[in-house]
Design a protein around this ligand. Structure first.
Ligand code: PLP
Length: 386
């Protein structure tokens, strides 16, 4: 059976060009970037070239990029690093209640350390209300962290406006841009962010590597102590092959973003109209106006997302219910609840995130299978017969 992968927000396959770029650094070019001999220099050069490529994708300078082990670590470094280093200026942090657990759990940890955190609600469209954000700012607010695009529903936050609010008040602004980098423009100056997290495996790079953009002059403390790598902000021998892979992936995204974005937007809208045209009491979670190109989150009444997922899997189609990281939990998604959905409405959700491999024929087939699945499960569900 042909398999169709539509779960790109969980992870993406490594692009063939990325794998090719990495291979030498897993064999002959194995040097430690801190060594002074030719093996070390070779690794060091690869590291610095990679830094430039990643910086280019963000319109940043290479000195502003720190390599990490991924999105989770970048988020931890940004939040703990800023909070602990700037606690004399204030101990208040603002974030939203639709963030990834890498942000939410880090905030809970900081609360235990004595920081106060405001978790902003979002509108039924999934967006931060700027007036609500502005009202939450206090004299002791040192950091605002708002994700760029949401991993469950794909909605894009008004970061530019938030950036202006933060800059006027000299408050650091961090964004978890793990889902947006490589898919939509992420120019750090246009967005007005001081820190930005990204992860390679969400943009056709390898797992276990990512980066944190840190605007020049931003003061933060490291969370990993050791040999002082990455300007003392992230000790540990660099994952050279992984970093080279991240850079190649960034380069490919830079080149193909506009064309691929348009293509995925068409596929997304095709799938939404095919499914919503045939299934009653179904909707899209989050606004359709500003969302990631390949990303849709359907809501269906009277069915369990889990049943739909398993049925689709039996047809060779890989999708997800909430986010991959929280799908082992039985509680409804915190993101969907934040939109104001009832718990039973959250349970009938299906996240479909398309990427490079997907085609319009696949979209037709997936739409057919979704319609079939919903009809079948509604037919055997007591609620569905009401
Ligand atoms: C995947 C993801 C992360 C975590 O990144 P890892 O590299 O898997 O640690 C953080 N934030 C968002 C929004 C994500 O989608």
């Amino acid at each position: 059976m042909k398999r169709i992968y539509m779960d790109h927000s969980a992870t993406t396959p490594v692009a063939p060009e990325v794998l090719q770029a990495m291979l030498p650094y897993l064999s002959d070019k194995f040097g430690n970037a801190s060594s002074l001999h030719s093996f070390g220099l070779e690794a060091k050069e690869a590291l610095e070239e990679s830094r430039e490529k990643v910086a280019k994708l963000l319109a940043a300078s290479s000195e502003e990029i720190i390599f990490t082990s991924g999105g989770t670590e970048s988020d931890n470094l940004a939040l703990k690093g800023i909070a602990r280093r700037n606690k004399d200026k204030g101990k208040h942090i603002i974030t939203t209640n639709v963030e990834h657990p890498a942000i939410l759990e880090t905030c809970r940890k900081l609360e235990k350390e004595g920081f106060a955190v405001t978790y902003l609600p979002v509108t039924s469209e999934g967006l931060v209300d700027l007036a609500v954000l502005e009202a939450a700012i206090r004299p002791d607010t040192i950091l605002i962290s708002v994700m760029h695009a949401n991993n469950e529903i794909g909605t894009i936050q008004p970061l530019e406006e938030i950036g202006r609010l933060a800059a006027e008040r000299d408050i650091y602004l961090h964004t978890d841009a793990v889902q947006s980098v490589g898919k939509i423009p992420t120019d750090v100056n246009a967005l007005g962010v001081d820190l930005l997290s990204l992860s390679a495996h969400k943009l056709y790079g390898p797992k276990g590597v990512g980066a944190l953009y840190i605007r020049r002059g931003t003061k933060l403390e490291s969370i990993v102590q050791g040999g002082g790598h990455e300007r003392g902000l992230r000790s540990g021998t660099e994952n050279v092959a992984g970093i080279v892979g991240l850079a190649k992936a960034a380069e490919l995204c830079c080149e193909g973003m506009a064309v691929e974005g348009q293509r995925l937007t068409k596929l997304r809208d095709q799938l939404a109209s095919l499914v919503l045209g045939k299934v009653k009491e179904a909707w899209i979670n989050g606004t359709m106006k500003g969302r990631l190109p390949g990303s849709l989150n359907f809501g269906f009444k009277y069915v369990e997302g889990e049943s739909l997922l398993l049925f689709l899997d039996s047809k060779g189609i890989a999708v997800s219910t909430g986010s991959a990281c929280s799908s082992h939990k039985l509680q409804p998604s915190h993101v969907l609840l934040s939109l104001g959905l009832q718990p039973e409405e959250c349970h009938g959700s299906l996240r479909i995130t398309m990427g490079r491999s997907n085609t319009t024929e696949e979209v037709d087939y997936v739409a057919e299978c979704i319609v079939e699945a919903v009809e079948r499960f509604r037919g055997i569900s007591a609620l569905g017969r009401k």
